[in-house]
Write a protein that binds this ligand. Structure first.
Ligand code: GCO
Length: 448
């Protein structure tokens, strides 16, 4: 048996997002977001579920904070719903919306937990979507205005700020694949959206510096670890394209102020151009204080003409899979974090999401023995430790998620929580994985 101790100042936390947990979708002046529209459109979400009530955290946030406190985390990552602050995306500030987050932030601070705020976790005001959404550059200005209001309202209380959550999902998943709101299927649109979001990120960072807001600012990208199935050049190239679609397409602009040229060429062959205006690349690559990485999975790819967008097919090599059908690839976490350091330097890294979906059963005595989820966490903690030992500046880890919640297009069927949500009574019940993480935090490490 070996003992793995984490650095004393390692930040343990959990994460959630506004639309996934809050509910109260029409309360206190909240405007509608693209997720209200999408989830209220029949056929878009499994079971036609929606976030009208979700976990009702809008009213039960104190219970959630108590769960966090009992878990022993140092930080909690949550997102602010833009349509609560600006119901129409721009215009008058809705103070009642800000008040809700004031209550949450104050409750966290009183419990000794550092609030980590995501400004954009996908709930774009519908009023802005009606004018073209992220494909319209006016949305960039609206975002910066919204960010400014939130920066000023919470300056000094927030340790970590994240501009965007998973720009890949905001762009390609939502505007090319069409699985998420607003549900478009247009590759040019997706590339435009990705670009505009990254410009908006950069402008928000500039505004943050200009205002002298306290705390640190960064962004969160969802990275995957794709490897070539063989050393054949065509397999290596195909797997690289697939990886770059998630990783380099977002990481290069953020850190290098460039797009990967081989991907630009690939898109151009498909008739798609990146529309860069003067100054954009410099704006996108504003220095940031840390990078947030959401990591769930990875895999192996090989060349196959006509397969997907990149002539790359995924090869099954016998990974365990979660209930989302995602490969469990803890080694991939080690590899991707090592790659980030190698490719982008010594930027402090936070895993802003990692976790797993499994089928859970609530026992008569209100327990959930989620052995597979606890094991998933353990395997990934081991890789976190290993990567820190190797010299990668990994500073913290946020488990996705504190509680079962609205899993976007998958509705409520897919549970990611370390706390079970009973959607009928809205009661919360900590699962075994919660107690596992609680012990790791209390012990400052784990025995393996
Ligand atoms: C994402 C989002 C989360 C998801 C989680 C599980 O990564 O897609 O940030 O909101 O719920 O990742 O799919």
């Amino acid at each position: 048996m070996a003992r793995l101790d984490f650095p004393k100042d390692f930040v343990w936390g959990t994460a959630t997002a506004s639309y996934q947990i809050e509910g109260a979708y029409q309360e206190d002046g909240r405007g509608l977001s693209i997720w209200d529209t999408f989830s209220h459109t029949p056929g878009k979400v499994v079971n036609n579920d929606n976030g009208d009530v979700a976990c009702d955290s809008y009213h039960r946030y104190e219970e959630d904070v108590a769960l966090l406190k009992n878990l022993g985390v140092k930080a909690y990552r949550f997102s602010i719903a833009w349509p609560r602050i600006f119901p129409q995306g721009t215009g008058e500030v809705n103070e009642k919306g800000l008040d809700y987050y004031r209550r949450v932030v104050d409750a966290l601070i009183a419990a000794g937990i550092e609030p980590c705020v995501t400004l954009y976790h996908w709930d774009l005001p519908q009023a802005l979507q009606d004018k073209g959404g992220w494909a319209n550059r006016d949305t960039i200005d609206a975002f910066v205005k919204y960010a400014e209001v939130v920066f000023k309202a919470f300056d000094g209380k927030i340790k970590q700020w994240i501009t965007f959550n998973e720009t890949w999902c905001v762009s390609f998943l939502s505007n090319y694949i069409g699985a998420h709101a607003p549900g478009n299927t247009d590759l040019q649109l997706a590339v435009d959206v990705a670009h505009n979001c990254m410009v908006a990120h950069g402008q928000a960072v500039k505004k943050f510096r200009e205002l002298g807001v306290k705390g640190q600012i960064g962004t969160t990208h969802n990275l995957y670890w794709y490897e070539p199935y063989s050393t054949k050049p065509e397999d290596v190239a195909a797997a690289h394209r697939n990886r770059a679609y998630y990783n380099e397409w977002f990481m290069d602009p953020t850190f290098k102020g460039t797009y990967p040229p081989f991907m630009v060429d690939w898109f151009r062959e498909k008739g798609v151009e990146v529309k860069i205006q003067p100054g954009d690349l410099e704006t996108m690559s504003q220095p940031i204080d840390f990078i947030g990485i959401n990591f769930y999975s990875g895999g192996f790819g090989r060349y196959k003409k006509g397969e997907g967008l990149f002539d790359c097919e995924e090869v099954q090599v016998g990974f365990d899979r979660t209930f989302m059908d995602w490969n469990v690839y803890p080694d991939g976490l080690y590899k991707v974090l090592s790659w980030v350091k190698e490719e982008y330097g010594d930027i402090p890294i936070y895993i802003t999401e990692n976790g797993a979906c499994y089928e859970d059963e609530l026992t008569a005595d209100k327990r959930v023995h989620d052995v597979l989820r606890a094991e998933y966490y353990k395997k990934h903690f081991i890789q976190c430790h290993r990567v820190i030992e190797s010299g990668v500046p990994l500073k913290g880890y946020f488990a996705w998620s504190l509680l079962d919640n609205f899993e976007w297009a998958e509705g409520y069927k897919k549970r990611f929580g370390i706390v079970y949500t009973n959607y009928e009574t809205l009661e919360r019940h900590p699962k075994d994985s919660y107690y596992f993480i609680q012990k790791v935090i209390a012990d400052g490490g784990l025995d393996v």
